[in-house]
Design a protein around this ligand. Structure first.
Ligand SMILES: NC(=O)c1ccc[n+]([C@@H]2O[C@H](COP(=O)([O-])OP(=O)(O)OC[C@H]3O[C@@H](n4cnc5c(N)ncnc54)[C@H](OP(=O)(O)O)[C@@H]3O)[C@@H](O)[C@H]2O)c1
Length: 261
C-alpha cells in the first residue's frame, strides 16, 4: 500500500492557503493547517474535509511571528513530514512589533518562513521526495540588508511587503543549498493574483480565483516532474530566473542575519 504523505500549509485559512490545502487534500495528503485563530482553523479544516472527502485534515494554532510558538509546534510534532508550504503573511497598515520587539512583517513573512524550515526540516530528512515551497511573489524588491527591520525609513506596508517577498526568494536559495545533502528540495513561487485580506490591504485587489492562485504552489509541492528540483523560482508553473536568489553573497548574509534572531 502507498504510504500517506503529510503536508503542512501555513496561513491555512487564508484565500490561497486554504486552496493549497484543499488541493493537497484532494491528492490524498494528510494535511495540517497552521494559523493563529483556532476557530478559523477548525472551520477551514471542516470545509476541506467536506469538499475533499479526506478526513485527514488537522490543524495546529501557531502565531508564526513568534519563534517560541514555532519551537512549540516542532516539539509537539511526532511524525514524518513530506511537504511544508510556507504561505502565511501579514501586512499591517501601521508599523507593528511582536512582543519580542521585531517588526511584524519581517517577523511573520520572513522569520516565520525561516523558523518553520529551521525547526521542522528534521522531520523531512530521509524522505523519498521532501519538498519545501515558499510562497513568495513577483512583487518583490528594495531589501536593505543593513536595515532589515526597515527602521531607517518611514513605514509603508507595501514597501516592507516587497522587501519580505524578496527575502523569501533569497532564503529559498540559501536553504536549497544548505538542505541539499539532506535531500530536501526548496523552491519559491509566485501564486496567482487573488483578492484577499492581504492583497486588499496593499491596494492590489486580484482577479484570479483562490484555486487558480494555488495552482503554482501546488504544482511545486506535488508535480512528479519536479521531484528533486531545488533552488528554483516559479511563476505560472514555469521557472523564472531570480536575480535576488542569484546573489549568493547576499543570500548568505540574509541567512546569517535571520539565524541570529
Ligand atoms: N493574493 C495575492 O494576489 C498574492 C500575490 C502574490 C503573493 N501572495 C502571497 O500569497 C500568500 C497568501 O496570501 P493570501 O493572498 O492568501 O492572503 P490572506 O488570505 O490574507 O492569507 C494570509 C494568511 O496568513 C495568516 N497569518 C498572518 N499572520 C500570521 C501569523 N502571525 N501567524 C499565523 N498565521 C498568520 C492569516 O491569518 P489571519 O487572518 O489570522 O491574519 C491568513 O490566514 C502570502 O505569502 C502572499 O504574500 C499573494
Amino acid at each position: 500500500m502507498k504510504e500517506t504523505k503529510t503536508a503542512i500549509v501555513t496561513g491555512g485559512y487564508g484565500e490561497i492557503g486554504k486552496a493549497i490545502a484543499k488541493g493537497l487534500g484532494e491528492s490524498g495528503y494528510k494535511v495540517v493547517l497552521i494559523g493563529r485563530d483556532k476557530n478559523k482553523l477548525q472551520k477551514a479544516s471542516e470545509e476541506i474535509i467536506q469538499t475533499t472527502r479526506n478526513e485527514d485534515i488537522n490543524y495546529f494554532a501557531v502565531d508564526l511571528s513568534r519563534k517560541k510558538e514555532i519551537e512549540g509546534l516542532a516539539k509537539a510534532w511526532n511524525e514524518q513530514l513530506d511537504v511544508l508550504v510556507n504561505n502565511a503573511a501579514t501586512t499591517p497598515n501601521k508599523r507593528e512589533e511582536t512582543p519580542e520587539g521585531i517588526e511584524k512583517q519581517f517577523a511573520t513573512n520572513v522569520l516565520g518562513y525561516f523558523w518553520m524550515i529551521k525547526y521542522l526540516h528534521p522531520f523531512m530528512e530521509n524522505r523519498d521526495d521532501a519538498r519545501i515551497v515558499n510562497v513568495a511573489s513577483y512583487w518583490a524588491g528594495g531589501l536593505d540588508l543593513n536595515d532589515i527591520e526597515s527602521q531607517n525609513t518611514i513605514y509603508d506596508n507595501d514597501d516592507v511587503y516587497r522587501k519580505c517577498k524578496q527575502a523569501n526568494r533569497m532564503l529559498s536559495a540559501a536553504f536549497a543549498e544548505s538542505l541539499l545533502e539532506k535531500n530536501i528540495a526548496v523552491t519559491a513561487c509566485h501564486p496567482g493574483d487573488v483578492r484577499s485580506k492581504l492583497s486588499n490591504s496593499l491596494g492590489h485587489g486580484g482577479w484570479e480565483l483562490p484555486g487558480q492562485g494555488a495552482e503554482t504552489p501546488l504544482w511545486c509541492a506535488t508535480a512528479p516532474e519536479l521531484k528533486g528540483v531545488t533552488g528554483k523560482y516559479f511563476e505560472n508553473r514555469s521557472e523564472v530566473k531570480c536575480r535576488f536568489a542569484d546573489d549568493k553573497k547576499a543570500t548568505e548574509k540574509l541567512y546569517a542575519i535571520c539565524d541570529k534572531y
